[in-house]
Structure formats: C-alpha cells, structure tokens
Ligand binder design. Structure first.
Ligand code: AMP
Length: 177
C-alpha cells in the first residue's frame, strides 16, 4: 500500500467518540484500525521503515494501547519489548516519572533494569496529544542510562502542541489532526 493509500485507509478507521472519557473530549478510537489486518500491518510496517531496521534495540510501549502497537513493532524490528505502565502495576523495582494531564497528574513507571546503558529505545503510543506522556517516557529511558532515539504514534493532535514540547526527539506520526 502506498503511503497516501495507507493514510486514507487509516483515517477512515479512526473513530471520533464525542464526550469520552469526559465531556468536552473527542476520543480518537483506534479499535476499527486495529481490527483491519491490512491497515494494522501497514501502520506497523510504516513505523519500522521510518526508523529503519537495525536502529532500535528496544521498543517501549505505553500502557495500554501503546502495548498493542509496540509489541508488533518490536517483533518486526527484531527488538525487545518494554512496558511502561501506570503506577503500581510493575512487580520489580521501578523508576517513576510524573506528568500533567489535561485534568490532574499522572505517573508512568518502568523497571529499573528494563534497558542496558546506551541501548537505543523507540517509544510507541497510539495518540500524541500534549506530549506529557511521551515526555515522561523519555525521562524514564534517560534515567535507566539508555537513549530515546524517537517516538512513533499512529496519530497526533497538532493543536495540543506535543511535538513542540518534544523538540529534542524524532517525533513520527502517521496521521495528523
Ligand atoms: P498526552 O500526554 O497529552 O500527549 O496524551 C497522550 C496519551 O493520552 C496517550 O496515551 C493517549 O492514548 C491518550 N490520549 C490523549 N488524548 C486522547 C484522545 N483525544 N483520544 C485518545 N487518546 C488520547
């Protein structure tokens, strides 16, 4: 599938859900995209080819929708998968990064031994909004001594300015809104 065909196919498979999870939010629901095996595979392949094989040692997925994409991307890179989870979910010793959400604070954690020093880490999530979540993920990678080489998301909400907040990072999104 050409990049333009993929973009069009993805766009028709992202569903806007008004007022979820709270009034005023338009939730970008990617479940129709994931359910289409051609479009899902096309999105995973596009992420891998953007960065290039051999450029990534580990793929970090952000709970929960990021896990779905990151595991498939890791498989195609021949790289390991690392979960970045919400507070209290990881069983062993963790690093913690706090960040601001539209309403309130959130926390992301990673196992302290998830990466080796100097490893090249790609961060993967479904949606980039304000960039707070990916910023916290970058901070966690840095604290382990590894290096964030970029982040890939299915879609970015450009009005929320996440890309500007992550100016040091290769931010790759397949769709912009
Ligand atoms: P942010 O930290 O503001 O960049 O928000 C990104 C995180 O929140 C991602 O993990 C997304 O899954 C989720 N998110 C934020 N806004 C939306 C939205 N409009 N639709 C779906 N997910 C969203």
């Amino acid at each position: 599938m050409s990049p333009l065909d993929l973009e069009a196919a993805m766009r028709t498979r992202v569903r806007d859900v008004e007022g979820f999870p709270e009034p005023g939010v338009t939730f970008k629901d990617i479940t129709p995209l994931l359910a289409d095996h051609v479009v899902f595979a096309g999105a995973v392949d596009a992420i891998v080819s953007h960065h290039g094989r051999g450029t990534v040692d580990k793929v970090a997925g952000i709970e929960a929708r990021g896990f779905i994409l990151a595991a498939a991307v890791a498989y195609h890179f021949g790289a390991g998968f690392v979960p970045m989870r919400k507070a209290g979910k990881l069983p062993s010793a963790t690093y913690t990064a706090s960040y601001t959400l539209e309403y309130g604070e959130a926390v992301l954690q990673v196992h302290r031994d998830a990466f080796s020093a100097g490893e090249r880490v790609l961060i993967v999530d479904d949606v980039l909004a304000t960039g707070g979540t990916v910023g916290a993920a970058v901070e966690l990678v840095r604290r382990t001594g590894a290096r964030a080489v970029g982040c890939s998301v299915l879609l970015e909400l450009t009005a929320l300015g996440g890309r500007a907040r992550l100016s040091d990072l290769d931010v790759h999104s397949l769709l912009s809104y």
